[in-house]
Design a binder for this molecule. Sequence first.
Ligand code: C5P
Length: 226
Amino acid sequence: EKEITIAIDGWSSCGKSTLAKALAKELNYVYVDSGAMYRGVTLYAKRKGLISEDGVDERAIIDELSNIDLSFSNNENGVAELSLNGENVENQIRSIEVSNVVSAVAKIKEVRQFLVKQQRKMGNNGGVVMDGRDIGSVVFPNAELKLFVTADPEIRAQRRFDELQAKGDNVSLEEVKANLKLRDEMDASREESPLIQTEDAVVLDNSNLTPKQQLEKSLLLVEERK
Ligand code: C5P
């Protein structure tokens, strides 16, 4: 059986990573969370003081890229977590503070080149599920299966809010909503590899699907393409 490449793109908090993780587990493929990598660079830049009220010091971030080492390793439940220069930063990269500035970092061309190169290396032998914003359009334009995931904005905000609450993060539903709206706008309108739905992508609206139903639908598509 052939191992294929699965590219999953879509709006913020629409269930991409839930689907990608479930597919990877079911198929025994490698899962790569490309968004975590943009978050990792953002966290590094924040710690270095390169992001402030005045904005993002793009030049300084570009100069720091060679000092940023990102890697994934599985936790005890087999879930991949991000390390930044050897430190597990899985929790820090999900905070609202990082979420609020990550799209401003992700629009920097050199940051994208730096990460896309690593992403291609992780997936160049097939048997990979990667989720993000430019996976089907830029990272793996030849992926056998491209999914474009979407869901009603209200439902997305509520899901992310529930997730953050469960982690004990004290953030309001309004704040989450505003963050998703901001990121969607920035990600879709940027000059460098904006979020687009490629012509060959299959649209999956999961507003009224359970994670299990969403997985089953996707597995049928995988079978067709193997
Ligand atoms: O997927 P996640 O929501 O964690 O991604 C965080 C941010 O990283 C996105 O809002 C987007 O700005 C950026 N991103 C990107 N390209 C990707 C993945 C994420 O620009 N492939």
